[in-house]
Design a binder for this molecule. Structure first.
Ligand SMILES: [Zn+2]
Length: 119
């Protein structure tokens, strides 16, 4: 259990889930293909980015809904303003934490498969 927690935390901070030293990203939005330290392939499976989007929605949908609810209920904003509150807050959160979600997804994939090419 401690190993899983450590691996997820290392992944959240954009480090390689195997060696904890290599950076997952080469620029703000572009992930590396392999770890510069240990050489493990970060995304060996086609369609890995779908999991990142799912994880992003799972994590950032509830705060967006909460902010929209608060804007509508307490501030008495119009439905259009509430919708834009939801859209803007969800988008800003997703963009701000995209790197963390992507590298966390890579860590989850590492825990499930070991990032092996063929299982
Ligand atoms: Zn590594």
């Amino acid at each position: 259990m401690l190993y899983w927690t450590r691996t997820l935390i290392v992944g959240f901070f954009c480090r390689c889930p195997k060696c904890s030293k290599g950076s997952v990203f080469e620029s703000f939005f572009v992930a590396r293909k392999v770890c510069p330290n240990c050489g493990i392939t970060f995304q060996p499976y086609f369609g890995d980015s779908a999991g990142v989007m799912g994880l992003g929605y799972l994590v950032f949908l509830p705060p967006g809904v909460l902010l929209a609810f608060l804007a509508g209920y307490y501030l008495k904003w119009s439905p259009v303003a509430v919708f834009f509150t939801f859209a803007v807050s969800s988008t800003v959160l997703l963009l701000a934490f995209y790197r963390n979600m992507k590298s966390t997804w890579i860590a989850i994939t590492y825990l499930m498969t070991g990032l092996r090419r063929y299982l």
